[in-house]
Design a protein around this ligand. Sequence first.
Ligand code: ZN
Length: 152
Amino acid sequence: MCSRDVVRLLFAAQQACNLDVMLAVLYALLEALSVELDIERNDIKCCLHKVVLDSTIVYSIVLYDAVAGGAGHVRRLATEDGSVFQRVVKRAIAITKGCNCSPSCYSCLRNYQNQKIHDLLNRTYAYQFLENYTGVLQPLSNDAFASGGIGI
Ligand SMILES: [Zn+2]
């Protein structure tokens, strides 16, 4: 199995157990990551990953490079001081808060890859969650990634 860069975002927030909220947050961050780091949108993939946090099941966000052994885009997010991640979060809030649609459109959360769940994506959920975020970034092993991932 090829190694690939995987980053998991775990949010210590009550709303992290809400699937609809986390889907909105996931795609807001993905869009922001692509814009902020100038990465082709299709070069990054994502999914939600169930984890137990303080005896509650929450959805963590897993981001990874679409191409194994590729350019290491996702790794760029995980700087030690968290400054890149902060920029991405700010951008995600700007994208979702600054849109005029309801509940989402192709300018904020929707894209070709998530068309099956367009109706579920609500930009309001994304910025309300991210404005209050307390996130932890952690690299994830391939084994941990392979078990329990939810493909979207
Ligand atoms: Zn929109």
